[in-house]
Design a protein around this ligand. Structure first.
Ligand code: 1CP
Length: 367
C-alpha cells in the first residue's frame, strides 16, 4: 500500500462515470447519488476503526483514510466516493493546534483572538509537505477503488475555515468571527486571501494525486446574510474556482468539475450559479422548483433531502425522494442529502435512498 500511495498514474479504468457526465451537463439515463459524510459514524465498521484510532490519525494514515472511504462504497450502490479527511486540516497545516473532543467535535486550542494573532500563522507553507498525507490517501484510494466510482476531493470554503479559526469550534451564532468582519475588515480580508491561496494549492494537489471532482464546503454561509456573503464569501469562492481551473490547465492536469456547497445561502443561489462552478449544492430549506428557477439548466444542481428524512418510514421516505427528484428533474441533477448524514441514521435507510433515486430516475427518463 505504501508504494501505491505514490503511483500517480495507471489507475484502473473508470466503470461508472455518471456523476462526471452529469456535472459536465451531459445527458444520462440514471441520476447519480452520493451523500455528504457518507464515511462516518452511522456505520459500525467506521466506529470500529475509530475505536482503535483517533480521528486525526485516521486522516493522516493513508491506509486507514482509504479504508473508511471505501466502507460506504462496499455497502451501497453509490455513484461517488469522497476522500475521508476534514476541512480543518487546512488551518492545522497553517500551524493551529486542534483536538478532537468526544461529544463536542474538533476544537482549536488557541483560536485567533485579534489581528495580531495572524502573525502566529505559518505563511508560505509547503502544501505538499504539510498535507501530503491527504494526497497519498487520495492516490491509494484511486487504486483501491478499482475504477468502481469517481473519487471526490474537497476543501472548506475560506469563510467557514476563518469562522472555525476564530470561534475555536462550532458555534450557533459565529458572533466572534462576524465581529472580525465588522471590526477588523482589512485583517479579515488578509486572512481570507491567505486561506484562498492555500485552498487553491491544496485542491490542485488533490487533482494531481487523483481526485476526479472537487467540492468546496462553505458550510457556514447562511449565517452571513446576503451583503456579508457577497463581500466575504462569494468573491473568494469565485477566486478559488477560477484559480483552480486555471492552475490545472497550466499544469496540464485534467480540469475536473467543481461543486460549491454554500449551506444556508439560498438567497445567493443565482449568484452561486454564475461564478464558474459546474455544480451548485444546496440544503433542504429551499424548494427544488424555486432552486431550479433561480439556477436554470446551465448548471447542475446537487441536493437536497433533509438528512432527518432518513428517520421517516420507508413509505414517507419514498414519497419525499420521488417528489424531490421530480421537481429537480432527471437531467443536470445529482441526488444527495441537504447536509451530512447524521451519526444515528440507519444504514438500511441510506440504502433505500440510493435505490429509490436510481429506480425512480429510470422511470422518469423512460417516460
Ligand atoms: O469522531 C468522528 O469520527 C468525528 C466525526 C467527523 C467525521 C466523520 C468529523 C468531525 N469529520 C468527519 C469527516 C468529514 N468532515 C468528511 C468526510 C468525508 C465524507 O463526507 O464522508 C467531510 C467531507 C468533512 C467536512 C467537514 N468537517 C465540514 C463540512 C461539511 C459539513 O458537515 O458542513 C465541517 C463543518 C467539518 C467540521 C467538523 N468536523 C467534525 C465535526 C463534528 C465537525 C463539525 C463541528 C461543528 O460545527 O460543531
Amino acid at each position: 500500500d505504501q508504494d501505491l500511495c505514490k503511483v500517480r498514474d495507471h489507475y484502473p479504468p473508470l466503470k461508472n462515470d455518471l456523476i462526471l457526465r452529469v456535472a459536465r451537463g451531459q445527458h444520462t439515463e440514471v441520476i447519480p447519488v452520493w451523500t455528504m459524510r457518507q464515511a462516518g459514524r452511522y456505520l459500525p465498521e467506521f466506529r470500529e476503526v475509530r475505536s482503535q484510532n483517533d480521528f486525526f490519525t485516521v486522516c493522516r494514515t493513508p491506509s486507514l483514510a482509504c479504508e473508511v472511504t471505501l466502507q460506504p462504497i462496499r455497502r451501497f450502490n453509490l455513484d461517488a466516493a469522497i476522500i475521508f479527511s476534514d476541512i480543518l486540516v487546512v488551518p492545522q497545516a497553517l500551524g493551529m493546534n486542534i483536538e478532537m473532543i468526544p461529544g463536542k467535535g474538533p476544537i482549536f486550542t488557541s483560536p485567533l483572538e485579534s489581528p495580531d494573532d495572524l502573525k502566529e500563522l505559518d505563511r508560505n507553507i509547503d502544501v505538499d509537505e504539510r498535507l501530503g498525507y491527504v494526497f497519498d490517501a487520495i492516490t491509494l484510494t484511486r487504486h483501491k477503488l478499482k475504477g468502481q466510482v469517481p473519487l471526490i476531493g474537497f476543501a472548506g470554503g475560506p469563510w467557514t475555515l476563518m469562522a472555525y479559526m476564530i470561534e475555536g469550534g462550532g458555534s450557533s451564532t459565529m458572533s466572534k468571527a462576524k465581529k472580525w468582519l465588522y471590526r477588523y475588515e482589512e485583517a479579515s480580508h488578509q486572512l481570507l486571501r491567505l486561506l484562498v491561496d492555500v485552498i487553491v494549492e491544496y485542491l490542485v494537489g488533490q487533482v494531481k494525486a487523483g481526485a476526479q471532482l472537487l467540492q468546496v464546503f462553505e458550510s457556514h454561509a447562511g449565517i452571513l446574510g446576503p451583503d456579508m456573503f457577497d463581500k466575504y464569501s462569494l468573491t473568494y469562492l469565485q477566486q478559488i474556482c477560477q484559480k483552480v481551473k486555471h492552475n490545472l490547465e497550466a499544469a496540464k492536469l485534467e480540469v475536473v468539475p467543481m461543486i460549491v456547497f454554500a449551506k444556508g445561502a439560498h438567497y445567493a443561489l443565482h449568484q452561486l450559479s454564475n461564478i464558474g462552478y459546474d455544480v451548485v449544492g444546496m440544503d433542504w430549506t429551499i424548494d427544488p422548483e424555486v432552486a431550479r428557477n433561480k439556477i436554470g439548466h446551465e448548471v447542475t444542481i446537487q441536493g437536497n433531502l433533509d438528512p432527518c428524512t432518513l428517520y421517516a418510514s420507508k413509505t414517507e421516505l419514498e414519497e419525499k425522494i420521488q417528489k424531490m427528484v421530480k421537481k429537480f428533474g432527471a437531467q443536470r441533477y445529482i441526488a444527495n442529502l441537504g447536509h451530512g448524514i447524521y451519526p444515528d441514521a440507519e444504514p438500511a435507510q441510506l440504502d433505500f435512498f440510493v435505490r429509490t433515486v436510481h429506480e425512480y430516475s429510470k422511470k422518469l427518463t423512460n417516460t
